[in-house]
Write a protein that binds this ligand. Structure first.
Ligand code: GUN
Ligand code: ZN
Length: 452
């Protein structure tokens, strides 16, 4: 019923949507192999989808004299950003610094996550979380949900109000966490299937089966997760892996019969092309081989890795082994929602690795924040670049006049130079406009819900 209503509303919104010409400095990274930066022509035409990508403004205009023109030349147009690992219940715990993972979970994250047992509190957090995604220009995300089903419901409901592309699910665990966060294999299965039946495929929502990490999920719970994957066609799978050395050692102790951390999931058939594992800071070569074989992507979360002292991510080894990588903010261990900051932090950490690091360019950073995330989430043909035929998910950066980013962009000598300035200097304050599927949901600091 809710699904039908959403479909009808979206169809009406699309029918009302006029085709427009946009005139902009637009950058994207369409080529997966080498990540070259493409400077788009100065005009494009779009409704919900991009249907004209080539030519000067004059030539596109000549073919479409009646279209409305949107002039965005004061800013920079980029594809909507894609966050492949961000925790919904942790928006209020960002900034607790100075602890390693397991202590941070005990002292900061888990006490807050228990508060989402209250549906009212969960609804407030859902609205803060979704507002934070939009403010950062994140139009698509794979979101670690809550341990409480009504809270996950509140998240999907709030995301649907703005048409966000959001994949999420119930977080499940049956040990090592405070008692209110624990479930049983039977309840883990039943609650997930119920939530998925309501949300998977409704509008832009999709369901992600989400054991917190195998440290807190026994074999029977992981088996229940596999049963949900079998039941829900096209469901995603997400969890954590190889984040912190103490965690890796504890997981080995919990699973004496498994060869390594990845194998705790792989044993249950949970790794595949619709699986995304966060971190993987300390992988074995044999794990990289399995991840590549399964086509499972890694969400690289560099600011979280630095904040928790988890380690320096071996980025080079991932593409070398054939493992796809995208970016995640990992809020709230990560220090904010901005994927510009994550990109810059990824760059810093690879620099610190010296010769062993991956020499990231501004174009790499844009690719990791857009098309790589879209591909990891199975949306590589739908969003991620401004290719003709894709849906128009975009952000326009318009830095306040006189800021270092404004000055830098006005004087940038090339697209690569401009993009370097974006990743060095841009923050939420510079994200002026946000479109999803051709519908503008944010403009100049105001956000606009598709419905109340
Ligand atoms: N591992 C298990 N839970 C979490 C979490 O909430 N954040 C991070 N960074 N790692 C985790
Ligand atoms: Zn995480």
């Amino acid at each position: 019923m809710a699904a039908d209503l959403l479909r009808v509303r979206r169809r009406r919104a699309v029918a009302r949507m006029k085709t427009v010409l946009y005139r902009a400095r637009a950058y994207d990274t369409p080529d997966d192999s080498a990540f070259p930066l493409r400077r788009r022509p100065r005009a494009g035409r779009l409704g919900r989808r991009i249907d004209h990508g080539a030519g000067s403004f004059a030539s596109v205009r000549a073919g479409h004299p009646d279209d409305t023109v949107i002039d965005l030349r004061a800013g920079i147009l980029l594809p909507g950003l894609v966050d492949t690992h961000v925790h919904f219940p942790q928006v209020r715990v960002i900034g607790a610094l100075g602890m390693p993972l397991l202590e941070w979970l005990d002292r900061c994250a888990l006490p807050e996550e228990q508060r989402l047992a209250s549906p009212d509190y969960a609804a407030t957090i859902a609205s803060e979380f979704v507002a934070s995604l939009i403010a950062a220009g994140t139009t698509t995300s794979l979101v670690f949900g809550s341990h409480f089903a009504p809270a996950v419901d509140a998240l999907f409901t709030e995301a649907a109000r703005f048409g966000l592309r959001l994949t999420s699910g119930l977080v499940v665990s049956d040990r090592m966490l405070p008692e209110p966060l624990l479930t049983t294999p039977e309840a883990a299965y039943a609650d997930a299937v119920k939530l998925a039946s309501r949300w998977h495929g409704t509008g832009r929502a999709r369901y992600a089966v989400t054991p917190r990490f195998s440290l807190s999920a026994s074999d029977p719970v992981l088996a229940a997760c596999a049963a949900v994957m079998a039941e829900v066609d096209g469901a995603f799978f997400t969890s954590h892996v190889n984040e912190n050395k103490a965690e890796v050692t504890s997981v080995a102790g919990q699973f004496p019969d498994r060869s390594d951390y990845c194998n705790t999931y792989d044993h249950h058939g949970l790794l595949g092309a619709r699986s995304v594992l966060a971190h993987n800071v300390h992988p074995l070569a044999s794990e990289l081989e399995v991840l590549a074989h399964r086509r499972t992507a890694i969400a690289h979360c560099p600011s979280s890795n630095a904040a928790l002292g988890s380690g320096l991510f071996p980025l080079r080894e991932h593409p070398a082994a054939g493992v796809p990588v995208a970016l995640g903010s990992d809020v709230g261990a990560g220090t904010g929602f901005s994927l510009f900051k994550e990109g810059l932090q990824a760059y810093f950490m690879q620099r610190l690795l010296g010769d062993e690091g991956f020499a990231l360019t501004p174009a790499h950073l844009l690719h990791l924040s857009t098309q790589a995330g879209a591909s990891a989430l199975g949306l590589g043909d739908v969003i991620g670049t401004f290719d003709v035929g894709k849906e128009f998910d975009a952000i326009c950066l318009r830095p306040p006049v006189g800021t270092a980013l404004d000055i830098g962009l006005r004087h940038a000598g090339s697209p690569d130079e401009a993009l370097g300035k974006v990743f060095a200097l841009a923050s939420d304050a510079d994200v002026a406009d946000v479109w999803i599927g051709g519908v503008q949901i944010a403009s100049g600091g105001f956000v606009r819900a598709l419905r109340r």
